[in-house]
Design a protein around this ligand. Structure first.
Ligand code: AP5
Length: 214
């Protein structure tokens, strides 16, 4: 299966995407993770992306389109998380899938209240070593500052600082919400209310995937 998850920053795309991709046996292609890894490794793409990411702005389209195409070509089944993020990227994705003879089997929009998004983003902690995500209040690590899974150090993302979050939500409203009209008329489109607890949201996602597949 090939799936696409989109929605505002902090709605839970990464948390749910990871779980869903594992369950369906497909690759979890998270654009933000790919970019952060490129920054960490100091690649040419990473050097270009760094300043945009720290400011909460979108990285230029041609760079992210190239990165995602490289990944899509090398996996069998994928779940896209964080790509596309504007209409030109969605058009580039359609053209790319046509060229590769692939299609999207489910396109899922996740949404939550602004209050929920702010709480989730401002409390998020990530493991520097394995990338696993925690939350100060909703899913705290057993030992403060230490990853339960690998013992790595937990940190707050640069763009999860309060002053950057506001900008990311503005970028989302201006550039990503037009994807709703781009995708919502397609038969494989579904919408999930992501305000609830992780397991509750996951069940809703599975339901939408089944419907789209069925
Ligand atoms: P990216 O990393 O994709 O950030 P984002 O879309 O802003 O999404 P987040 O990762 O912040 O949130 P999420 O929805 O994955 O939530 P999560 O599951 O972590 O992108 C970062 C930057 O990269 C962008 O700003 C841009 O610069 C660049 N970029 C990326 N893609 C690009 C593109 N296509 N084009 C151009 N530039 C691009 O959950 C958040 C927290 O809440 C966690 O702590 C989690 O534990 C907790 N949580 C999750 N679900 C629940 C729940 N149900 N209940 C309680 N807590 C929950």
């Amino acid at each position: 299966m090939n799936l696409l998850l989109f929605g505002p920053p902090g709605v839970g795309k990464g948390t749910q995407g990871q779980r869903l991709a594992r369950e369906l046996g497909v690759a979890h292609l998270a654009m933000g993770d790919l970019l952060r890894e490129a920054v960490r490794q100091g690649t040419e793409a990473g050097k270009k992306a760094k300043a945009y990411m720290e400011a909460g702005e979108l990285v230029p389209d041609e760079l992210v389109v190239r990165m995602i195409e490289d990944k899509i070509r090398n996996v069998s089944g994928f779940l896209l998380d964080g790509f596309p993020r504007n209409v030109p990227q969605a058009e580039a994705l359609d053209a790319m899938l046509d060229r590769l003879g692939l299609r999207l089997d489910a396109i899922i929009f996740m949404d939550a209240s602004e209050e929920t998004l702010l709480q989730r983003l401002s409390g998020r902690l990530i493991c520097r070593a394995c990338g696993f995500g925690f939350h100060r209040h909703y899913s705290p690590p057993k030992i403060s500052g230490v990853c339960d899974h690998c013992g790595g150090e937990l940190y707050q993302r640069e763009d999860d600082r309060e002053e950057v979050i506001a900008g990311r939500l503005r970028v989302y409203r201006e550039q990503t919400t037009p994807l709703l009209s781009y995708y919502s008329k397609r038969p494989v489109f579904g919408k999930v209310d992501a305000n609830g607890a992780p397991d509750e949201v996951y069940e809703k996602l599975l339901e939408v995937v089944k419907q789209a597949d069925g």
